[in-house]
Design a protein. Structure first.
Length: 68
């Protein structure tokens, strides 16, 4: 979750994506970003931090949890 750090032993690290994540065209995932499984990222979105599982990250940074 947000605010939790994990030691990786790496000098540099990209983003971590869960299973079945879809990222829209021209989106930018900043270093250290974590995206939970089954989430979607809208096109042209600059993403940083944590995106919960089963959510939609909309342009402008709004996160909506998917309903089943």
């Amino acid at each position: 979750g947000e605010g939790i750090s994990h030691e990786t032993g790496l000098k540099k690290m990209g983003a971590i994506l869960g299973d079945n994540v879809e990222v829209g065209c021209n989106s930018v995932l900043n270093p250290g970003t974590v995206i939970g499984r089954e989430s979607n990222i809208y096109p042209l979105s600059p993403v940083r931090g944590y995106v919960p599982a089963n959510s939609i990250y909309k342009t402008g940074g709004k996160i909506v949890i998917k309903t089943k």
